[in-house]
Structure formats: structure tokens, C-alpha cells
Design a binder for this molecule. Structure first.
Ligand code: ADP
Ligand code: MG
Length: 295
């Protein structure tokens, strides 16, 4: 399998969880020791910075695309193995950007980071389409409503037209009582189902806290599902944060909706896993530091 390192996180509709997915997938990968850059490629509706309590001093991706700054100047460290490239939020700045420069910026990041995640805007404008072709693979994000999935079809078509590849579909905000099977929804798009992220109030709370969900509530169902997605997508071993309560660590449930297992088997396996990792991973930041010092 080819090694994909630049992912576009895209959707047909806004408000479905792209930024949440970008931030948490990126943080989970960094927690596994990968060097990660997350990029706010949603040039018209930038909001990634708010998810991670970042206040860019003046330089953003807009300045880079307007030819006024280098990508290094717009790169901000979030934690040991993860940086963010925010976009500006003013419409004046937006008008000056040329999305073409995005290609160069992405290639620069690709050479310096193990993974680059592009948080792409919804819709079908030029700056939305461009990242779909620049990325090695496109991760489609949708909520499980058939209408939202239907909108995602356009993103699949646009990816094809721009010469990109679709990795598959991530369904977010899923609920146990959903009436259409998740596999069926992915089948409608003729793409693999990469994972499901359950509805979890911690997702919203984490935004108010300005902290990635996988750090804010690492044992919550959505955080666990994001770590599983990170592992499944890349093949990296993503550490399960240790906690004094092994019951909340998932061991072998087979999809994100059943993340919190109470079965004895799962709890036992989680305990083993907990013991194995205990020394190295007291918390997310020490896990990242640890991984960095032992590449
Ligand atoms: P997009 O980037 O596609 O516009 P966001 O990531 O900003 O979407 O998410 C839209 C809203 O949905 C935010 O308020 C976010 O907190 C919330 N949200 C995202 N994922 C979940 C989830 N799994 N459970 C509950 N709320 C979620
Ligand atoms: Mg967004």
C-alpha cells in the first residue's frame, strides 16, 4: 500500500465535523509519535484556530497565499509533535489569497512532517476543489443523515475530477438509534467506511475549552473513536491514554459506536494495554514528548 501522508478532510456540507476531525485525528497521530501539521484550508470560513486556543499573531495562511509570508511564518506549535497553520478570518484578507500557492505550501509541509491534514471548506469553489487534488487521499466527513451523505457525492465527483483519491467516509455524530446502516451509507457513495464517531457532548465542550477532544476527554466515546480512526487510517499504533479506570479504555470493539466497553474481556485487555503503556504515557503531552525522544 502506498504511503499516504497528506489527507484532505472534506465534506459536501458545512457543520458536519471536518474541523473536529482534523484537530482530533491530527492530535491522535501526534500522540502516536508522528510529526503532524494541521492546516486550515477552509479559506473562506476559517475556524480551526479556535478549536485549539490559537491566536495567530499576524501571519496566517492567507498571508502565505497572498505571497506576503513564508509557510514557516504561519506555522504555530500546538504541542510537541503537532503544529497548526491557521487561516485569517477577515474577508479583506480572503480576497487577496490565491489558492494556487497552496500547492507549494503543502509540498513544503509534506517534506517536513509525517502527516499533513487539510481542513477543507465545504462547497464547490476553487479553493475547496484544489486541496482535493493536492492531497494523497480525501477523507469524506458526513453526519449519517441520508441528505448529508447525498451532498458528499459531489465531493466524491470533485475529487475524481481533480485527479484525487478518496480514502473513504467518516460518519460523525452517529447515534445508536440511527435507522440506516452506516455501511449502507458508505455504499451509496461507493467508498469504504473508515470509521464512525458517536455523538458526544464533549465534542462541543472541548471547543469551548479550546482543547482537542482527544486531550479534553480522552476516555469519552468520540475521543476513543478518533484514536481508532487514526490507527485504522494510517496503520500507526495510537496509544490509549492510561487512566486509573481501565474500564473506559476500549480494547477491541469493532466500531466507534461501541467504544466504551464494559465486558470483562475488553476490560482485561484494556488493563494489559494500560500496564504496557503506563510508564511511557502518563498523559497526552508526556506521550508526545516520549515519542519524539524515541523516533
Ligand atoms: P465543520 O468543520 O464540518 O463545519 P465542526 O467540526 O466545526 O464542523 O463541527 C460542527 C459542530 O458539531 C461543532 O459545534 C462541533 O462541536 C459539533 N460536533 C462535531 N463532532 C461532534 C460529535 N461527535 N458529537 C457532538 N458534537 C459534535
Ligand atoms: Mg470547519
Amino acid at each position: 500500500m502506498s504511503h499516504e501522508t497528506v489527507y484532505a478532510i472534506a465534506s459536501g456540507k458545512g457543520g458536519v465535523g471536518k474541523t473536529t476531525t482534523t484537530v482530533n485525528l491530527g492530535t491522535a497521530l501526534a500522540d502516536a509519535g508522528a510529526r503532524v501539521a494541521i492546516v486550515d484550508a477552509d479559506l473562506g470560513m476559517a475556524n480551526l484556530a479556535g478549536f485549539v486556543s490559537l491566536s495567530p499573531d499576524s501571519t496566517t495562511l492567507h498571508d502565505v497565499l497572498a505571497g506576503d509570508a513564508s509557510i514557516e511564518d504561519a506555522t504555530y506549535r500546538l504541542a510537541d509533535d503537532i503544529v497548526a497553520v491557521p487561516s485569517g478570518t477577515s474577508l479583506d484578507e480572503y480576497a487577496e489569497t490565491s489558492p494556487e500557492g497552496l500547492r507549494e505550501a503543502v509540498e513544503d509541509l509534506r517534506s517536513r512532517f509525517d502527516y499533513v491534514l487539510l481542513d477543507v471548506g465545504a462547497g464547490i469553489s476553487h479553493e475547496t476543489v484544489l486541496p482535493l487534488g493536492l492531497a494523497d487521499a480525501v477523507v469524506l466527513v458526513s453526519t449519517p443523515e441520508p441528505a448529508a451523505v447525498h451532498d458528499t457525492k459531489k465531493t466524491v465527483e470533485l475529487t475524481d475530477r481533480s485527479g484525487g483519491e478518496v480514502a473513504g467516509l467518516v460518519l460523525t455524530r452517529t447515534r445508536p438509534d440511527g435507522d440506516v446502516s452506516h455501511e449502507d451509507l458508505a455504499d451509496r457513495l461507493e467508498v469504504p467506511l473508515l470509521g464512525t464517531i458517536p455523538e458526544d457532548p464533549a465534542a462541543r465542550d472541548s471547543v469551548y475549552a479550546g482543547t482537542p477532544l482527544v486531550v479534553y476527554e480522552p476516555d469519552g466515546p468520540a475521543a476513543v473513536a478518533y484514536r481508532r480512526l487514526a490507527a485504522d487510517l494510517t496503520g500507526l499504533e495510537v496509544p490509549v491514554p492510561t487512566d486509573d479506570d481501565p474500564e473506559t479504555a476500549d480494547a477491541d470493539a469493532d466500531d466507534g459506536t461501541s467504544a466504551v466497553s464494559e465486558s470483562d474481556t475488553a476490560a482485561d485487555a484494556a488493563t494489559d494495554e494500560t500496564e504496557e503503556r503506563e510508564a511511557a504515557h502518563d498523559d497526552v503531552s508526556s506521550a508526545i514528548t516520549e515519542a519524539e525522544s524515541d523516533p
